[in-house]
Ligand binder design. Sequence first.
Ligand SMILES: [Zn+2]
Length: 440
Amino acid sequence: MPLHFDLLIRNGTCVLPWGAEAADVGVRAGRIAAIGVPGGATADHTIDAAGLHVLPGLIDPHVHLRDPGDKAVETIPTGTKAAVLGGLAAVFDMPNTSPSITDAERLAWKQAYAEEVAWCDMGLYVGGTKTNIPALADLETGRGVCGIKIFAGSSTGDLMVEDDEHLERVMRSGRRRIAYHSEDEYRLQDRKKLFKSGDPYACHMEWRDEETAFLGTRRLMALARATGRPAHILHVSTAQELDYLKDFRDIATVEVLVNHLTQVAPEVYETLKGFGVMNPPIRGRAHYDAAWAAVRDGTVDTVGSDHAPHPAAKKLLPWPDCPAGLTGVQTLVPVMLDHVNAGRLSLSRMVDLMCAGPARVYGVVGKGRLAAGYDADFTLVDMGRKQRIENSWIVSPCAWTPFDGMQVTGWPVGTIVRGHQVMRDGEVLGRPVGKLVKFQ
Ligand SMILES: [Zn+2]
């Protein structure tokens, strides 16, 4: 009797952990059953991936889906629909919603809600505060929890742990890797006085300057070393930090955002104004070059979008009244594929940053590589397809992207989540099948 699968992906080029190979992939019961399938095998569904690359389902480990919050900006249903249209099979969602996810009751609500409405799989961050430290050890091992998120410097929302005493107590509260927004809050508050409403948008990077980020990271590394608690420094934005963190690889992992690999100051503020304002800021060419060098030498573990939507009307306000944060979950993969085609990194390194990297940093179970027994998550990409990113493509209700008008080469044309095809050629298919990601 011939082999039979639920799903067969035929004729594609698979990006395996050990290199790209032409191989057919067989799926059974939501998991990869075979890589390399005999010609006579049959399946309930077959996808012809001729001319396409078959990647492990790509992961964006840094999104803010704003749910609960303002439905006119973003929700979990709309943000995960954007994710699968953009070729992502999983997203890890931040806790600074309204209200924030900081206790067992709100976490339980989000766990149940996500599995009803999400189009892709989800990991959930729990927010650390000065008052919930005793509960963090339990919260960080909750179902679907990718880790504790600490805002050591202020950004959107009211979550903050800025002083060394509370940061150390947080680090001594549990054992899993903690994800940090690293900017020194005291320096931020001091420097705020130097600016006034209506100053140029480029003042955003003067206010939140290089030393604000670097000082925050030095303080966190001193505490992480003292406590032995692993740290993941989110959205590292300065050459100084990328150099410094090379000496902390025993305890620290590193995220860089696609924006810091794509946009450069001062041009970004001249052309996009408030639509280029994010935290930490987009900086000058030397930091852009350092970010790419750190991608090439392995300093960087993960790349994320930091999808952080705000209403377009608020982004039009003068600086600094325009809120910081940019949309990005739908555009992360196309922009990264364009970087691959431009020769800035290999497709294998992109998969390392967006699959193996998040799996290693957060301790993901059963995702992050094409291998037998792993979840049948796939991103199918057409490396030759040329397309223009446009606001009209964006399904987040806020309906804008800082990459509007960008011509890219390389495009995600299929997303498969645990064997369910949820996107093909720009169409969302079926129903929301998202589940919580499993962590060690
Ligand atoms: Zn963020």
